[in-house]
Design a binder for this molecule. Structure first.
Ligand SMILES: [Zn+2]
Length: 350
């Protein structure tokens, strides 16, 4: 497989996130990706490349132009308010919920930060935009690499910040640009008639679902902690099946906290059967490993060894596959768990 690693990821390094009334150290840290790279050095799975810049038109096919303009200038605006802000992260604290206007972009920076976000757990830092844009470039390059004869069976966008919680015009859940959606859109634009996105992160892929909810050309499937008790809470229920032309092209498989691998794997079989019935030309896997039993903010019970089987099961779909890196907050186990998925996929895809 081909691996596109984000060279700018460490520039996004949040200091603190809001959690239950206090600011706590960020869970989504640069060391997550460094552990994956270190494990890939021990267990090489393919060439690691740097991606060319991502086309703005591709980003604008996924995200609202005014949202992208906000992200790329947000840090400068934050520091312009007060030079002392350079030593702080920008964290939103006010939001336009039901009945407020979201069509107008406020002049006030805090109000704009709230307009384009949905939680206070996602700090925007000096290097956030550069990291997010370079991550989208990895996703686009991974998709492109699957086209043509002699293409590899799989490509990986090894990047952070993650992407699956980011919607057309909002960030949150540690995500800014939706890399899985960028990969799916790129696959469509290069000729795939239908693309499936399979989200195996512990948390529902609300951003990806919302981006494709009214489209029949991209099937979105997510296996995740039941949103009645698990983040992101307000989306991810089983009765969300798509709308308009996309009706029937979204499948949510929420599972209770405490789910073990046998239960989880049964849901994966359901997901893969739906994907097979859709008969896509390519698959995007939003790969979070926060389903791990040692994850500090999630509550499934997958063991490190289970990820080999998870990768093999996904390879059984027989599809050209892009992996995008999403969550996983047991930092020291991150390398083993991610590389296990990829190694399991490779062994079964041969
Ligand atoms: Zn997650």
């Amino acid at each position: 497989m081909l691996i596109y690693a984000n060279p700018r990821h460490a520039g996004h390094s949040g200091r603190q996130e809001m959690y239950r009334g206090r600011l706590v150290p960020c869970h989504e840290v640069p060391a997550r990706l460094e552990h994956v790279l270190a494990e890939l050095a021990r267990r090489p799975l393919g060439e690691i490349r740097e991606a060319p810049p991502v086309a703005r038109a591709l980003l604008e096919a996924v995200h609202a132009p005014r949202y992208l303009r906000f992200l790329e200038t947000a840090w400068q605006q934050w520091v312009a308010l007060d030079p002392a802000n350079a030593e702080l992260d920008a964290l939103p604290s006010v939001w336009p919920v039901r009945g407020f206007r979201a069509d107008l972009e406020p002049a006030n920076f805090a109000a704009r930060l709230g307009l384009y976000s949905f939680d206070a757990g996602t700090p925007l830092t000096e290097g956030t935009w550069a990291a997010a844009e370079a991550g989208a470039a990895c996703a686009a390059a991974a998709a492109s690499s699957l086209a043509g004869s002699g293409a590899p069976r799989a490509a990986v966008a090894l990047t952070r910040p993650p992407g699956h919680h980011a919607g057309a015009d909002f960030f949150g859940g540690y995500c800014f640009v939706n890399n899985a959606a960028v990969a799916a859109q790129a696959l469509r634009e290069q000729g795939a008639r239908r693309v499936a996105v399979l989200d195996v992160d512990y948390h529902h892929g609300n951003g990806t679902q919302s981006l494709f909810y009214e489209r029949a050309d991209v099937l979105t499937v997510s296996i995740h902690g039941d949103p009645r008790t698990e983040y992101p809470f307000y989306l991810g229920h089983a009765d969300e099946t798509g709308a308009g032309a996309g009706l029937g092209f979204n499948l949510n498989l929420p599972l209770p906290a405490g789910t073990d691998f046998a239960q989880w794997r049964a849901a994966l079989a359901t997901a893969l059967a739906r994907i097979a019935a859709f008969a896509p030309d390519a698959l995007v896997v939003a790969l979070g490993v926060d389903t791990y039993e040692g994850d500090p903010i999630s509550r499934f019970r997958l063991a490190s060894g289970d990820y080999l089987q998870l990768g093999a099961d996904i390879a059984g779909a027989g599809l050209p596959t892009v992996f995008t890196l999403e969550g996983g907050y047991a930092v020291a186990a991150m390398g083993t768990n991610v590389v296990n998925v990829l190694e399991g996929f490779e062994a079964a895809a041969r």
